[in-house]
Write a protein that binds this ligand. Structure first.
Ligand SMILES: *Cc1c(COP(=O)(O)O)cnc(C)c1O
Length: 419
């Protein structure tokens, strides 16, 4: 694909962009009275404008119906989590029964590990990527401790080769094979939060299964960003948050995937609550948990409706656009940004995100040898919102739903204008 480093070119791309109109469906934060160029959708996605109306509708239903709102609200609260199944399934490549919106990410990771990390005899190790998001590291560390293992021994971390920034998929595969019968679980962040690297989840899953281990993924930076086919890839479980690419607001409800071969197995251990019970006997208030079919049986509590309103508003937009069109624009938009970053710049840096598009989503991570913080401050002062990671990385996420080609050009202008 050929690009040009000019504002005129960027504006023509925006004009011809089939998703251009979606930008106006979101509130863009302001800087000195104009829209910022917002590249932090990998941290907190922007607010869909419909959220306020949807929130008010739930407040009205609560005021009007009281408890009867469970069945009489426009979106009955009793079945509120059902409204997400089809749309989430479309985003992660699953069947409807394999996904559920519940809790938050780290909580879901713990709950699913209680089902899929069942160490026994010599099979007790967990393989993960080095430098995983801290919450995932803490979760895995405390899970192995719970069963009396020493994390130093029970957790295998795969790091980049000496001097490299990225982890080779081949090194992960090799380590899984080497761990063999000692391996209980492979648990990896699908897209690394720091480098933006998208791992080969299909292959990793196959190889994990070939040694008798489960494969589960944290999709915080993958969901709504890269194409996923969790069902077809035979992934055992996955979890994600909704406030990054899924634009569902701070602390928004998380999500989980459990493959149907496990979701339909009532003998698989899970911590239970009434909302995971069969719906028809839920209100009989009897002894004896009977899990409903699918991922929904991992639910414990009734749906946090107010925390799900933004999710509903946002997934509506995703359903309209579809992941195929979103990814198509994402490739062009991030490709344009990458092209701009290759022009001669006054402060040198290296893009550490993979250049192969099948190994990344929309994010690019820029590693500075020097003056990184100064560049970041210049961006902020010019109304360009990026993300600074110690010691020397600027992360930017051109999000195809609301970022424009002109946004990318603004980023480039600030960078190239630094003295
Ligand atoms: C954002 C993120 C989290 C955050 O966890 P919460 O439980 O939602 O606070 C966890 N893991 C990864 C990989 C993340 O990117």
């Amino acid at each position: 694909m050929s690009y040009e480093a000019s504002l005129e070119y960027a504006r023509v791309q925006d004009k011809n962009d089939p998703l251009n109109a979606y930008r106006s469906r979101f509130f863009l934060p302001q800087h000195n009275g104009t829209n910022v160029a917002y590249f932090c959708g990998n941290s907190l996605g922007l607010q869909p404008k419909s959220v306020g109306t949807y929130m008010q509708a739930e407040l009205n239903d609560w005021a009007q119906f009281g408890v009867e709102g469970h069945f009489q609200a426009a979106h009955p609260w009793f079945s509120y989590h059902h409204f997400f199944s089809e749309r989430l399934a479309g985003i992660v490549g699953a069947n409807k029964d394999e996904v559920v919106a519940m809790n938050t990410l780290t909580v879901n990771l713990h709950l699913l590990m209680l089902s899929f990390y069942r160490p026994k005899g010599n099979r007790y190790k967990i393989l993960m990527e080095a430098g995983a998001f801290p919450s995932d590291q803490y979760a895995v560390e405390t899970q192995v401790r719970m069963y009396g293992y020493n994390p130093e021994d029970a957790i295998i971390e795969i790091a980049p080769k000496e001097g490299a920034h990225l982890i080779e998929d081949a090194d992960i595969i090799h380590a899984i094979q080497e761990a063999g019968k000692s391996l209980a679980l492979v648990m990896i962040g699908g897209v690394n939060y720091y480098t933006g690297q998208f791992f080969d989840l299909h292959n990793i899953t196959n190889v994990a299964h070939s040694v008798g281990a489960y494969a589960g993924f944290d999709l915080a930076h993958a969901v709504g960003n890269v194409p996923l086919s969790l069902h077809a890839w035979n992934v055992d479980f996955a979890c994600w948050c909704s406030y990054k690419y899924l634009n569902s607001g701070p602390g928004g409800v998380g999500g989980a995937f459990v493959h149907e071969r496990h979701g339909s197995d009532p003998s698989l251990f899970r911590l239970a609550g009434w909302w995971g019970n069969e719906e028809k006997s839920r209100f009989k208030m009897q002894k004896g948990f009977v899990p409903q079919n699918g991922a929904a049986s991992w639910q414990m509590s009734n749906a946090p409706v107010f925390n799900m309103v933004a999710h509903n508003a946002s997934l509506e937009v995703f359903a309209e656009v579809g992941m195929t069109a979103l990814r198509a624009k994402s490739l062009r938009l991030t490709g344009f940004m990458e092209f701009l970053l290759r022009q001669v710049m006054p402060v040198p840096f290296q893009v550490i995100t993979p250049t192969e598009t099948h190994r990344r989503g929309c994010q690019l991570s820029l590693l500075f040898a020097e003056r990184g913080r100064e560049v970041f401050d210049a961006l902020t002062a010019n109304g360009v919102v990026a993300d600074w990671r110690e010691p020397n990385v600027i992360r930017i996420a051109p999000v195809p739903l609301y970022n424009s080609f002109e946004d990318c050009f603004r980023f480039y202008e600030v960078l190239s204008g630094i003295k």
